[in-house]
Design a protein around this ligand. Structure first.
Ligand code: NAD
Length: 431
């Protein structure tokens, strides 16, 4: 006889004691469950990814040796549409991390109301150790291994950390060769020449800026003259820095993987971009003070703080020291639940990742729509639609947070999980 406990026993890969990103996600779901009303009977759906694929990715190295890498594609939930989410190449990628990132994609896509479920992929590899040829072979073999479950109506990958337009072009080409037809909509974040969308590269940073502007109004912070500190100066942080600086904010500090540069009068962001393009990092930027102690970044007083690098950067260890009014989570999962509580107690307004960085997937959605219709929009049209979607999503979340007296993170989860579980309920279970 099956007991209730056995029915709910978790598969071995879903360790309830997980202290990594998946554990953080589970805690977030626990916080939202009391707000889901009768839909909460479906909540277990959100705690179990729909499909997990782990693949061996062997390649021949340039020296003739054979190397094996571990790859993943996780489809967390597809109740509202095909899976959607990036592919990360990083030596520290784990299944727990990819599961959490796929789940956050489910929430994010529902939060901005694009018709997708959530998915994510990754390969445990340091791409800096590979030649261009090796990277291409790795990408193509990985695509072939996951081609069983991806497709323009099934699951649509995109770039993430250490993957870019070129990697997407190789993925699209590999899929086209395997399937025997050209489906440009199988991946987004492609080069413009292959059906990519104008404005995609800047979309995430632009979205961070748009919700930042809305949050600033709510908190009574003027963007003009506001002090902004940014961790991460890549696709997300670099674009957000430019947009805030162009709007008259003072970007007083930028930290990347090599160090921190600080200038209380405001860094010259255009010059900083040139410096990074030439030297590969912010370190050594003339006209700025360099902080030797990486941790001192968190002591810098600001009105707006933007973590736009990696997960779990704001923790119980540094949250108490942070002096800011608004945190815009450009990165995925930068704040641990303990830090979230500490900062909320300190009256810091946190715009969560699942809302703040949804601009990228929103323009990915535009790219996919354009690919299906083979009709391409102007950049102004794309930016205007992106701005409208981000503003509407922020204001919908704000209303829920005011009505239920919860943080913006919980409000985003309430809005998104309700949409996902309503779709689940109305579809019913098969068979
Ligand atoms: P990227 O590779 O373009 O840039 C990453 C930046 O972070 C670089 O400046 C790097 O130097 C810095 N960095 C890395 N490790 C660091 C460390 N330990 N301390 C400080 N800085 C460090 O990546 P990206 O595309 O800008 O992505 C950044 C974050 O945003 C990731 O969490 C990603 O998942 C998330 N995100 C990206 C997109 C997108 O469209 N690119 C969309 C949604 C979310």
């Amino acid at each position: 006889m099956t007991t209730a406990h056995q029915q709910h026993a978790l598969p071995s890969y879903l360790n309830p004691e997980d202290l990594g990103p998946w554990g953080v996600y589970l805690q977030q779901i626990d916080r939202v469950t009391p707000h889901l009303g009768s839909l909460s009977r479906w909540v277990e759906t959100l705690k179990r990814p729909k499909r997990i694929l782990t693949v061996d990715v062997p390649i021949e190295r340039d020296d003739g040796s054979i190397a094996h890498y571990e790859g993943y594609r996780v489809q967390h939930n597809m109740s509202r549409g095909p899976g959607k989410g990036g592919v990360r190449f990083h030596q520290d990628v784990t299944l727990s991390e990819v599961m959490a990132l796929s789940a956050w994609m489910t929430v994010k896509n529902a939060a901005v109301n694009v018709p997708y479920g959530g998915a994510k992929g990754g390969i445990r590899v340091d791409p800096k150790t590979l030649s261009r040829g090796e990277l291409q072979r790795l990408t193509r073999r990985y695509t072939s291994e996951i081609s069983l479950i991806i497709g323009p109506n099934k699951d649509i990958p995109a770039p993430d950390v250490n993957t870019n337009e070129q990697v997407m072009a190789w993925m699209m080409d590999s899929y086209a060769m395997i399937e025997g037809n050209l489906s440009t909509g199988v991946v987004t974040g492609k080069p413009i020449s292959l059906g990519g969308s104008l404005g995609r590269r800047e979309a995430t940073g632009r979205g961070v800026f748009v919700v930042g502007r809305e949050a600033a109004v709510k908190r009574g912070v003027a963007i003009e003259g506001a002090r902004v500190a940014i961790q991460g100066f890549g696709n997300v942080g670099g674009v957000a820095a430019t947009m805030f600086a162009d709007a008259g904010a003072k970007v007083v500090a930028v930290q990347d993987h090599t160090g921190t540069v600080v200038h209380q009068g405001g860094l010259d962001i255009a010059r900083l971009h040139h410096h990074v393009a030439e030297c590969g990092s912010v370190t050594g930027f003339p006209g700025a003070e360099a902080f030797l102690d990486r941790d001192a970044f968190w002591d810098i007083e600001t009105e707006i703080l933007i973590p736009a690098a990696l997960e779990q950067q704001i923790t119980a260890d540094n949250a108490q020291r942070i002096r800011t009014k608004i945190i815009l989570e450009g990165a995925n999962g930068p704040t641990t639940p303990e830090a979230d509580d500490i900062l909320t107690d300190k009256d810091v307004l946190i715009v969560p990742d699942v809302l703040a960085n949804a601009g990228g997937v929103t323009v990915s959605y535009f790219e996919w729509v354009q690919d299906f219709s083979s009709f391409f929009w102007s950049e102004d049209e794309i930016n205007a639609r992106l701005t409208r979607i981000m503003q509407e999503a922020f204001n919908a979340v704000w209303s829920v947070s005011q009505e239920k007296k919860v943080t913006l993170r919980t409000a985003t989860f309430i809005l998104a999980c309700t949409r996902v579980l309503q779709a689940r309920e109305v579809r019913g279970l098969y068979p």
